[in-house]
Design a protein around this ligand. Structure first.
Ligand SMILES: Nc1ncnc2c1ncn2[C@@H]1O[C@H](COP(=O)(O)OP(=O)(O)OP(=O)(O)O)[C@@H](O)[C@H]1O
Length: 448
């Protein structure tokens, strides 16, 4: 992690950082091109100017930290101009406390950076687009340093459960414990209490044995409530206590039990609007949103599509087929209302269809992605030609063979289109005699 300290007291801060074991480059002067983190100390009225400079030079995703003391915060009015997700305000009562705070923040950033660079993360959560990287950075922070409940919001199929599992796996206190998933859309009104809290023997007809519910099973780990926005109001009320107190009663039992779990929830609904309309309890909303992470839709990170396609092909377990450039162009341009899940299904279907050929060509796309998307996707003739040449190379043809084949096809097509050799020759910019010779496989001499 390369850090630039654009800071009145930069040398002292650099010394503290080195003492805290920050191993990477720390610069106290210089242009700072390519620096990942820039720290500016507010106070001398230079913050806005410094921000303007650094925000132009920061790589994506970078971090721009403004340090303020109680004395300088009002003067810098940072919140007015900084772009969300990049700038970070660190405040402290005085200069010494600010120094300590900044050191802590940078040490944490370095740890997050190491997580973001880890191979295991990229193998699971594929994508390098700025919006996805920012999402992973927040998830890493919530998982590694956060303790409270976290709500993941985003469209269906965009990776909320995958992110919830990352929060669990990054949490040092929970990762060795269970990760228990409850899909709230499948909780029936009659059995939901038992599924969440368990039941005593004989609590209801067919309750032949006592049983633990999801809350008990999640003890020591994470309880993941998927689609929490679908929970009925009475169940929302019962959840409140267990979330706050971590105590619950089994159905048909009177004694309180304890379960120590971390709560993560996901929804594709606008829960704030549901709170406004009375569909979701406001008190529950505030208890599940200590952290909120928005998972971006695939449309917001189209540049990640090629890597995701390769990732899903590799999951097939067989020899990974080669993809024609125009196939990738179409996959990249198509719409996926079902987000990454839909892309995954398309890729796996294509791979099934082409199994054994080793190459995914446009033929395997028919019926795979919605016609609307296919027809909207412009395919240039260069892409089509590139795809054909790639196929010929795959078939082992050399330059001469490819040239001859292309030429004879061009002659054939021009004649078909124009209906006569003379007009076809005109179209191709050669004389009719030259065309006849070419058709007979002889090279015309100059001037023919
Ligand atoms: N960045 C990613 N890298 C690799 N696979 C991904 C990524 N994002 C999503 N997936 C895969 O896409 C599929 C859907 O993801 P997931 O189930 O996490 O979505 P979701 O938002 O929870 O969906 P829903 O709202 O329907 O519950 C899964 O197979 C998941 O592994």
């Amino acid at each position: 992690m390369r850090v630039v300290l654009d800071h009145e007291d930069a040398e002292r801060l650099a010394l503290s950082l080195r003492q805290h074991g920050l191993p990477d480059e720390i610069e106290t002067s210089g242009a700072g091109e390519g620096a990942l983190v820039v720290v500016v100390l507010a106070g001398s009225g230079t913050v806005a100017a410094a921000a303007e400079h650094w925000l132009r030079h920061l790589p994506h995703p970078g971090a721009f930290i403004v340090g303020c003391t109680a004395r300088t915060r009002a003067a810098c009015q940072c919140e007015d101009w900084w772009p969300e997700g990049i700038c970070d305000l660190v405040t402290a009562p005085d200069d010494d406390a600010l120094q300590t705070e900044l050191v802590m923040r940078l040490v944490r950033l370095a740890e997050l950076e190491a997580i973001l660079d880890a191979d295991w993360l990229h193998e699971r959560a594929v994508g390098t687009s700025p919006v996805w990287r920012r999402t992973l950075q927040l998830v890493a922070e919530v998982g590694r340093f956060g303790h409270g409940a976290c709500l993941l919001q985003g469209e269906s199929g965009c990776g909320k459960e995958l992110l919830a599992r990352l929060v669990h796996d990054l949490d040092p206190a929970r990762r060795r414990g269970p990760f228990v998933v409850v899909d709230c859309t499948t909780l029936s009104p009659e059995l939901s209490g038992s599924e969440l809290f368990g039941h005593a023997r004989g609590a209801f007809t067919h309750a032949l044995n006592a049983r633990d519910g999801a809350v008990a099973l999640a003890d020591g780990g994470t309880l993941f409530l998927d689609e929490i926005g679908e929970l009925e109001l009475p169940l929302q009320a019962r959840l409140l206590r267990v979330i706050q107190e971590h105590t619950y009663k089994r159905v048909g039992e009177d004694n309180w039990r304890q379960s120590d779990f971390r709560l993560t929830c996901a929804t594709n609904r606008n829960l704030e609007a549901d709170v406004q309309s009375g569909r979701f309890r406001g008190d529950l909303f505030f208890r599940i949103t200590q952290w909120t992470v928005r998972a971006p839709s695939l449309a917001e990170r189209r540049e990640d599509i090629p890597a995701l396609v390769q990732h899903f092909l590799a999951q097939g377990g067989q020899r990974v087929p080669q993809i024609m450039p125009e196939v990738m162009a179409r996959l990249k341009a198509a719409d996926y209302p079902g987000n990454v899940r839909e892309l995954r299904n398309v890729v796996l279907r294509m791979a099934d269809r082409q199994r054994g050929f080793g190459v995914l060509s446009t033929g395997c796309l028919q019926g795979m992605i919605p016609t609307r998307a296919l027809t909207q996707t412009p395919i240039t003739w260069e892409q089509t030609l590139a795809s054909a040449v790639e196929g010929a190379l795959d078939a082992g043809m050399g330059l001469k063979g490819i040239g001859q084949l292309a030429e004879s096809m061009a002659v054939q097509m021009a004649e078909q289109r124009m209906g006569s050799t003379t007009r076809a020759a005109e179209l191709l910019g050669v004389t009719p005699r030259a065309l006849q010779l070419r058709r007979r496989g002889r090279q015309p001499e100059a001037g023919q």
